[in-house]
Write a protein that binds this ligand. Structure first.
Ligand code: ADP
Ligand code: MG
Length: 728
């Protein structure tokens, strides 16, 4: 193994930046491989185009004959882009994207063939879906799922394949993907938010949810990556001593980007442009070899697709540059992990951001309405937001002094805190003319139009208001954004509906609209205060304070997932027609299963590495020491020998102790793993993996990492952190 390590290092030292062809104006490439609105207008008849627009904007159905027309146009366009195959592109609950390619090519008899594609092929496909996770909904042998075209997200060509964004549904009608519930949640928030927005502007007919994600990732050279079975099989290093230099100097953050990496980023950006991913920002992150990219925000469904696509693209492009992209939340212990901040807001078809303060008191009241309702929603349903971001890999990051804790709270900054304090004093019931004027002019009217530059930043909060949007920071870097977006939009939709009902009741009782709104908002501020926190989210004090406030601190994935099955949360999704009870149960089962499987794989890899790589290496080195000590004994007299050999004999003893501790640890790990496997109930099984199996990871690692410091570097089999993180 150590041969492999040194061979890989040699490879890396020889690497040169890979040339990338960069067009003069990147923006010209934008959407060039997308069947975008503009392209559709060019390729479709007027009437077919109208149907597509209605489907995109209002979710209206597309008749079959129109689908035929669209398919023909799509095929013509795709062929012009060099496509030979088409696929329904979807996001099953495995967490990656899935595709099954079919050729346009079809035989038509007489030895002839044509390129064929029609409406029914566009609308529906039947992948052999029996191996996608379904949480027990389908018996694999009897029923299959199908994919159905999602016209709200645009089709695109990658290489020679036309990809058609789709949803994935079982024959019994249950959703088996990330996207369908998201679409339903977006519909729910559209309806609820439109109703509320119309208190302020009768012209609003639609509200869209917007998402701007920020993707963090690590790059390591592929030769080095291939020397680490743990990276290959689990996406993270299970072993490895911290290098003398980590991120202490913080010299990487926003530093200059090495040329090899710049080339990778440039090619990625070119590919993103072609696929319409509006990538805008790139920079170094805090940890060595850690980077971030972010697009301009988009409508949430499109943004979710674009993030999934980006993660695929990164992997493809990295290959050409001899890099491996690590999307795992915590590939390396001791340096920062990776997240994916989800910037979220709501915007109207009249072009307004509902979370942006406006030019006058009326617009500001609208802003406060959506702002406070979001706070109330997170207060009432924070635990389900926590469970939406739960995964084995994100567990390493949350609460680890680099990412928000597993306690959900909201940061709003001192200016807005002061505004809420004032609003809390609003009189119950009818307001006097003086109070109304005072409210309008001095409180609501004083919210600065541009909060952006004034909002204080608090990096330790999981859910922060950043001037004109909320930033959900606890999302992990591997996550599909659909899940957190589905949850945020559902809880806000639910809350806005309640709000509308409460305000309408007060109006019926004779209050003016503004009075009614102030009254309800005042009550919300009072009842949801406990979710607001402006202090240091990383501190121990906050954990204590949060417990006093009765905010949950769900530290592990199994704990967080338990929440999904509580009646309060099940009702939330059922009532808002986002998920059915069966779907909730199935999804919960899938997530628990995935968690246990991941810990199980990590345990096996760790056991293998410890037993078959580390212990033999340590013994080899120990034997060398023993030989040497024996030699010393032959040369020197007994008292000289004793003093000369003392250090080495101690080292031999130390190595023996470490070896036996590792051996015992691995045996216990494997025995706990066996026991956990045998547990039938998936919740209990996941808990056993979390609480019985996983704790051995740290104790075994500690001893192995100590050995790394004792054993001769020449024979150490695993590529070291220093080499993984600092070789450029
Ligand atoms: P940072 O959080 O790193 O300081 P910014 O605040 O400038 O960066 O923006 C981060 C992300 O927020 C970007 O992807 C941006 O497109 C997105 N964003 C900005 N406005 C909105 C909005 N109204 N809705 C959703 N995302 C938004
Ligand atoms: Mg950010």
């Amino acid at each position: 193994m150590s041969k492999l390590r040194f061979h890989a290092l040699k490879e890396v030292f020889k690497r040169e930046p890979v040339d990338v062809e960069i067009p003069e104006q990147l923006s010209r490439l934008y959407n060039s491989n997308v069947f975008s609105i503009d392209t559709m207008q060019e390729y479709l008849t007027q009437s077919a185009f109208k149907y597509i627009v209605a489907a995109k904007e209002k979710g209206e159905k597309i008749p079959r004959d129109v689908a035929d027309q669209i398919a023909a146009a799509m095929k013509e366009w795709a062929l012009s882009k060099g496509a030979t195959h088409y696929t329904h592109w979807f996001q099953p609950l495995t967490g990656t994207t899935a595709e099954k390619h079919d050729a346009f090519f079809n035989t038509v008899g007489n030895g002839k063939a044509i390129e064929q594609f029609n409406g029914s092929l566009l609308v529906q496909q039947e992948p052999d879906a029996s191996s996608f996770p379904n949480g027990g909904i389908r018996n694999t042998f009897e029923a299959r799922g199908y994919t159905a075209w999602d016209p709200t997200s645009s089709a695109f060509v990658i290489d020679t394949t036309l990809c058609i964004p789709s949803v994935f549904i079982s024959y019994t009608g249950e959703t088996l993907d990330y996207k369908t519930p998201l679409l339903r949640a977006l519909q729910a928030v559209d309806e609820a938010a439109t109703d509320v927005a119309r208190y302020f502007d009768r012209n609003v007919n639609k509200v869209q949810s917007t998402l701007g994600w920020e993707q963090e990732y690590f790059l390591v050279d592929s030769a080095l990556f291939n020397t680490r079975p743990d990276l290959q099989l689990t996406g993270r290093t299970l072993l490895g001593h911290s290098p003398a230099k980590g991120q202490q100097l913080e010299d990487h953050y926003f530093g200059s980007i090495p040329l090899r990496i710049i080339r990778f980023m440039q090619e990625l950006e070119v590919e993103c442009m072609k696929l319409g991913i509006p990538i805008k920002t790139r920079h170094n992150e805090v940890a060595p070899n850690q980077f971030e990219c972010a697009p301009i925000f988009e409508e949430a469904n499109q943004a979710v697709d674009h993030n999934s696509l980006l993660m695929d693209l990164m992997t493809r492009v990295a290959r050409r540059h001899n890099f491996k992209v690590l999307l795992h939340e915590k590939p390396f212990a001791g340096v920062n992990g990776s997240g994916k901040h989800n910037n979220w807001s709501l915007s109207t078809d009249t072009g307004e951001n509902l979370l942006s303060p406006g030019k006058n008191p009326k617009k500001n009241l609208q802003f406060l309405t959506f702002f406070i309702n979001t706070i109330k929603a997170v207060h009432d349903y924070g635990d389900i937001l926590r469970s939406a971001i739960a995964s084995a890999s994100n567990d390493h990051r949350l609460g680890a002094n680099e990412a928000p804790p597993a306690i959900i709270s909201i940061f709003i900054g001192s200016q807005l805190s002061a505004v809420l304090d004032e609003l809390e004093k609003v009189t119950k019931g009818k307001l006097s003319p003086d109070e109304k004027t005072d409210l309008k002019l001095n409180i609501v009217g004083k919210i600065p139009e541009i909060l952006l530059d004034n909002t204080d930043r608090n990096r330790t909060s999981p859910f922060a208001f950043t001037g004109n949007k909320f930033e959900f920071r606890a999302v992990g870097s591997t996550a599909n954004c659909a899940e957190p977006m589905m949850v945020i939009n559902t809880i806000v939709a639910h809350q806005l509906k309640k709000f509308k009902a409460e305000v309408d009741v007060l109006i019926e009782k004779g209050l003016k609209k503004d009075e009614a709104i102030f009254n309800v908002l005042r009550d919300y501020i009072k009842t949801s205060k406990s979710i607001l926190f402006e202090g240091d989210g990383y501190s121990k004090e906050w954990e204590k304070e949060a417990a006093k406030r009765k905010l949950n601190n769900l530290k592990t994935t199994p704990e967080a997932l338990k929440v999904e099955m509580l009646p309060k949360f099940m009702e939330l999704f059922v009532e808002n027609a986002v998920l059915s009870e069966t779907e909730i149960e199935a999804r919960n089962e899938i997530k628990l299963e995935k968690y246990s499987t991941l810990i199980d794989i990590e345990a096996q890899v760790l056991a293998d590495l410890a037993r078959n790589h580390i212990i033999p290496t340590a013994i080899r080195y120990q034997n060398k020491l023993i030989e040497n000590v024996q030699g010393l004994k032959e040369i020197f007299n007994s008292s000289e020998y004793k003093s000369i050999s003392k250090e080495q004999v101690d080292l031999i003893k130390m190595i023996s102790e470490k070896i036996s501790k590792i051996k015992v640890g691995v045996d216990q790990l494997l025995s706990e793993m066996e026991k956990s496997h045998a547990i039938e109930d998936s919740q209990k099984r996941a808990e056993a993996f979390a609480n019985k199996v996983k704790p051995f990871f740290d104790s075994i690692r500690e001893d192995v990492d100590d050995l790394e410091m004792l054993v001769d570097d020449e024979i150490w089999p695993l590529t070291k952190y220093r080499e993984l993180l600092f070789t450029k």
